[in-house]
Ligand binder design. Structure first.
Ligand code: ATP
Ligand code: MG
Length: 578
């Protein structure tokens, strides 16, 4: 169809809307831009169905202009008493065009404006079906329309995924469950799409079961050489201050160690590029190629030994001791385990994390709870960056959707908060990812804390119940849809309900996500789920397990491709006590 706004062609009974939709309930009394004022006929509101949020139609020749009733009120009489006729304001959203007998289609936007006196009708079931029940290979069914539960809410899967989407809502509004509904549907219709789900509360593994590969402290391999310098700096020095000199030395040593490693392995066909001798090698501090930490420390020690300047030698000493202490920390073993550096495992790691090989589940869930909190940011940053770079260097060989819960942690509206490289990585995907087949789905309960430039890149927004006024204001500002007056409902939406706007939906609408079976509802494994009035008996074994976890022994599993055998009597998935 030449106009890609056309939702679909569908048969209509006769050459007009169904008879129940034809009985006018009012008329247009003023027209202004994208809004019209209407006057309801006496008794038209008595059925209780026509209220704010309802879709109304205005006949305009063979076109039904469709809008959403955004307020309704009784006119005041001269004596101050309120009486009929009631008046209302309608936001115009689109047109149902009935240009052939028995057929109609819906398009966004209004080309022919209603006239004063045009009849107003309720938008009945058949018309809603044409607008929303757009079943087909490009749509996913995520639930039902709030206005008519017998009509499915269909989302254009390609538009939603490829133009980024966001889900906002206060805690308990149903965001995670909505993610579960959306991703199950997306996986059913787009088998080639790969999904990387950042799961800070370890809540998704059980609801995707064998459809997802789960990475957690026991089986994640993320060797330090994959980290760029900013990320490495975060791991080695954390938020320490007064370490500029040591940071500078580390930046000098890493490329040397990389080149050293490459020279040694050049004899065997490891696929490294030939090094240019005059430069002493081509690798920069950020090139993701292996090097050995032992070699880096040895280089530092050799340089330190030659120094006469005690102050600089002190900087080397501090750097070496810092490196040794993070390397020895068992909680960082997934990064510093030297076995992981034995050979160039980057291809394996990419294949595993981004599900690049055809077989196996198309989704990776990264369970963050259980990793040391201080490396969350660095892990997420590496993953975002690897996903983007893979898209870039492969010319978008395989589309990849990254869904990020608690997105405000990685791209806060306050630029001083959070980890700069993670923010840069996520912003880069938001701005350029579409060119390379890398897409974002952002989920947050604090939209006001999410970088507004990211919010504006999300073309489809699902706004669920939001009670905080500041968050409501941000969502209002972010949604530039003509139907955004619907957002007045934000505070009163029920659980599972969402206002959907933008590219993925025909017009702004209020929908209710499908009810998930209990097994598919995301449930946090990481949070204490007990009752205050109930206690679990604690014995010495349990205390010993706690101490082991505390000291990080339990974190020291060697990285393996398949999930590692779990340490006896220890539950990886649950940082809290069970
Ligand atoms: N689609 C759904 N089907 C069935 N139950 C649902 C659905 N959506 C929400 N619920 C119910 O509401 C509860 C809260 O939903 P959910 O955990 O998805 O909210 P949330 O917005 O992610 O909350 P939080 O911000 O705390 O993570 C669920 O435990 C479930 O009982
Ligand atoms: Mg949640």
């Amino acid at each position: 169809m030449p106009n890609d706004n056309l939702a679909r062609l569908a048969p209509l009974s006769g050459d007009s809307l169904p008879s129940n939709a034809l009985a006018p309930i009012g008329r247009v009394v003023s027209v202004g831009g994208s809004q019209v004022m209407i006057e309801f006929s006496t008794g038209a509101l008595s059925n209780g169905e026509t209220t704010v949020g309802a879709f109304l139609g205005i006949w305009n020749g063979r076109t039904l202009v469709v809008g959403s009733l955004c307020d309704v009120s009784l006119h005041k009489r001269a004596d101050g008493q309120q009486s009929e006729p009631a008046g209302g304001r309608v936001d115009l959203l689109g047109e149902l065009i009935l240009d052939q007998p028995g057929a109609g289609y819906f398009q966004r936007g209004v080309m022919t404006y209603p006239r004063i006196g045009s009849p107003v009708v309720p938008v009945g079931h058949d018309a809603l079906c044409i607008m929303f029940d757009t079943v087909g290979p490009n749509t996913i069914n995520v639930g039902q329309l709030q206005q008519d539960a017998s009509i499915g809410a269909y989302i254009d899967v390609d538009d939603m995924v490829s133009k980024h989407f966001a889900i906002f809502g206060s805690t308990g509004a149903g965001k995670s469950s909505a993610v579960s509904v959306l991703l199950h549907e997306v996986m059913d219709t787009r088998q080639n799409l790969r999904i990387l789900l950042i799961d800070p509360h370890n809540e998704y593994a059980s609801c995707f079961e064998d459809r997802a590969h789960v990475v957690r402290p026991g089986n994640l391999r993320l060797p330090y050489w994959l980290f760029n310098f900013d990320e490495m700096q975060e791991i080695v020095f954390g938020r320490h201050s007064d370490i500029e000199d040591e940071v500078g030395l580390l930046a000098e040593l890493i490329p040397l160690a990389k080149n050293e490693y490459a020279k040694k392995s050049a004899a065997n066909p490891a696929g490294y590029r030939t090094l240019s001798n005059e430069a002493g090698g081509r690798y920069t501090v950020d090139t993701p190629v292996p090097y050995r930490m032992n070699e880096l420390v040895a280089l530092a020690e050799a340089r330190m030994g030659k120094l006469e300047n005690g102050a600089v030698a002190g900087q080397y000493r501090r750097l070496i001791s810092r490196l040794q202490s993070v390397r020895k920390n068992p909680r960082y073993s997934f990064i510093f385990d030297d076995d992981a550096v034995g050979n160039d495992t980057m291809v394996d790691i990419l294949c595993e994390l981004l599900r690049l090989e055809g077989d196996g589940p198309p989704m990776t869930i990264v369970q963050l709870a259980g990793f040391p909190a201080e490396v969350f940011d660095a892990i997420v940053s590496v993953l975002f960056r690897m996903a983007f770079e893979f898209g870039l260097w492969s010319d978008g060989a395989l589309p990849l959707l990254i869904v990020c819960e608690e997105a405000h942690n990685y791209a806060n509206a306050d630029r001083a908060i959070g980890f700069r490289p993670a923010r840069e990585a996520v912003s880069r995907i938001a701005k350029e990812g579409r060119k390379y087949g890398v897409f974002l789905g952002l989920v947050t309960q604090r939209p006001a804390q999410l970088d507004p430039t990211l919010v504006s890149q999300c073309s489809t927004v699902f706004a669920m119940r939001i009670s905080n006024e500041e968050d409501q204001r941000i969502v209002h500002a972010a949604v530039s849809d003509p139907g955004n007056r619907l957002l007045g409902f934000l505070a009163s939406l029920g659980t599972r309900e969402a206002l959907a706007f933008g590219a993925g939906v025909p017009i702004a609408t209020r929908l209710r996500f499908k009810e998930l079976p209990k097994s598919s509802i995301p449930t946090s494994e990481a949070m204490w789920g007990g009752r205050i009035d109930a206690g679990t008996p604690v014995d010495r074994n349990l205390v010993a397990n706690v101490v082991a976890r505390w000291r990080g022994i339990a974190m020291s599993n060697k990285p393996v491709i398949a999930p590692a055998a779990e340490p006896a009597g220890f539950d990886w998935t649950t940082p809290g006590l069970k």
